[in-house]
Ligand binder design. Structure first.
Ligand code: CA
Ligand code: CA
Ligand code: CA
Ligand code: CA
Length: 475
């Protein structure tokens, strides 16, 4: 059964409203957003229209046995792999999402199932704002995309490229340093002047990826890529990949030709060199001459692959488990609970994800961590809250957690229901109605402070209710 509630009828309008407050969402340290709750218990056998499905490998989706079943294979969701099946929706602004993982096939100790968020679920391996709160057969883990990788695109997508290198030098042969540092990109460029007219062959070697571009003349805009390193090579090892070698290229004596090499290292060893050979002239050698070497060591964007994680101890996971992922601006925090939708929640990790869009895809994702081996995960009770609806739920949970006289608990619950009802209404003035009911809640708690509600509990409830009023007033 699907239940969608929102101040403006459906999630879509909430997204639009959230878009309008982009700057607030991005730069405020207080999580907020327009009011909504989207809840699906997967009980009617039909996948609700709010959901999209996507698989980057083999995948099947079925709402059956009162659960959402995702069956998928996939080598991993981890750099350099990003293979998954996902059932997801889109949401704008901050949120808390909770889902129950009922069962999971044990295809591998790193078979992953959980709540995934990224800018675009249909763009595996290239979509930013990527985090994943997951359970495996033996652990809970929070994973995120923190670093740029080893692709030349990671250099050319750097906002500081090409105008703001972190350093530069003039060099006298077409060669960068060896094992210099971690996670940098460089460009070596200049002009070559062939000593003899004839057919030339070029090679490039590097760790990690690189591209060699040569112009048809002295104009850099006429450059074309003539060779590349798809993974990595040791220094000046020219024969690891056929792509390292160019075709034969006819060059004219004395003319200037623009040439440049682009290179990105992610970590470990690093090197870059370019050689040439003149057919029936001279053998392969590193090109000598005056070149400009520029490098970039900062300003990296994440690359759309997960590469950092935190995890619980081995053999800590159980089924069912509840997972929770909170988004506040570009900060995400992952939690799990073994008791239910109301926690207690145990934090597994937190991260800032640069490149995160205001509107993102969020949902349930699965990988079997086993190439060509299918695993099935059963999800249930997916609930997507905005900050205000989440805060109201937290307050209701707090009321339930205090051992109160039934009459008082009922009276407080009725007021919190009235807050949600007011927020559901299409009339925007009902923010005011919600504030009034929250004030009545505070008055009711105040009246019982130190009587039927212990002082410390009363303080906590009042502070939480006041925080929700503040959120509503700030809208
Ligand atoms: Ca359904
Ligand atoms: Ca269900
Ligand atoms: Ca490297
Ligand atoms: Ca990454």
């Amino acid at each position: 059964m699907t239940k969608t509630r929102s101040k403006k009828e459906g999630l879509n309008f909430s997204w639009l409203a959230a878009l309008i407050v982009i700057s607030i969402v991005f730069y405020s340290s207080v999580c907020k957003g327009d009011y909504f709750i989207f809840e699906d218990n997967f009980d009617d056998g039909v996948i609700a229209p709010e959901w999209s499905t996507y698989y980057s490998t083999t995948g099947y989706f079925a709402e059956t046995d009162s659960t959402m079943q995702i069956t998928a294979d996939g080598t991993d969701m981890w750099s350099p792999y990003d293979e998954y099946g996902a059932v997801y929706t889109s949401v704008g602004g901050d949120f808390n999402v909770v889902v129950k993982v009922t069962s999971q096939t044990n295809t591998h100790e790193w078979a992953k199932s959980g709540i995934s968020v990224k800018n675009d679920m249909t763009q595996p391996g290239s979509s930013l704002g990527y985090v994943f709160m997951l359970v495996t057969p033996v652990r809970y883990s929070f994973q995120w995309d923190e670093e740029a990788g080893s692709a030349v695109d990671d250099l050319t997508n750097n906002p500081n490229y090409p105008d703001y290198p972190d350093g530069w030098e003039n060099i006298e042969s077409f060669k960068g340093p060896v094992d210099w540092m971690e996670n940098y990109g460089q460009r070596i460029s200049g002009f070559i002047q062939p000593p003899t007219t004839g057919q030339y062959i070029f090679w490039i070697a590097s760790d990690d990826n690189s591209e060699l571009w040569l112009s048809t003349d002295n104009d850099p805009s006429h450059k074309v890529m003539i060779a590349m390193v798809p993974v990595w090579t040791p220094p000046e090892e020219w024969e690891w990949y056929t792509q390292q070698k160019s075709a034969e290229i006819y060059l004219v004596e004395g003319q200037l030709y623009y040439i440049e090499a682009l290179h990105k290292d992610s970590g470990g060893g690093d090197n870059l060199a370019v050689a040439w050979q003149l057919i029936d002239g001279f053998n392969r050698k590193v090109i000598s001459g005056n070149f400009l070497r520029e490098w970039w060591t900062t300003g990296w964007m994440e690359d759309g692959f997960l590469d950092r994680y935190t995890q619980t101890d081995f053999n800590t996971s159980v089924y069912p488990s509840w997972l929770r992922l909170e988004k506040c601006g570009i900060t995400f925090t992952g939690y799990y609970s073994i008791t239910g939708q109301s926690g207690p929640w145990i934090s597994v990790g937190s991260a800032t994800a640069h490149g995160t869009n205001v509107v993102q895809d969020v949902g349930m994702a699965v990988t079997s961590h086993s190439y060509d081996v299918l695993g099935t995960v059963e999800f249930d009770d997916f609930i997507l809250y905005d900050t205000i609806s989440w805060s109201i739920k937290q307050l209701a949970d707090d009321v339930a957690a205090i051992n109160l006289h039934d009459g008082i608990e009922n009276s407080l619950d009725v007021k919190l229901d009235a807050v949600s009802q007011a927020m559901d209404d299409l009339n925007e003035n009902n923010d005011v109605a919600a504030v009034n009911v929250l004030q009545a809640f505070i008055n009711a708690v105040e009246a019982q402070r130190g009587k039927k509600i212990p002082e410390a509990d009363a303080d906590k409830l009042i502070a939480s209710a006041q925080a929700i009023i503040d959120l509503l007033m700030a809208e």
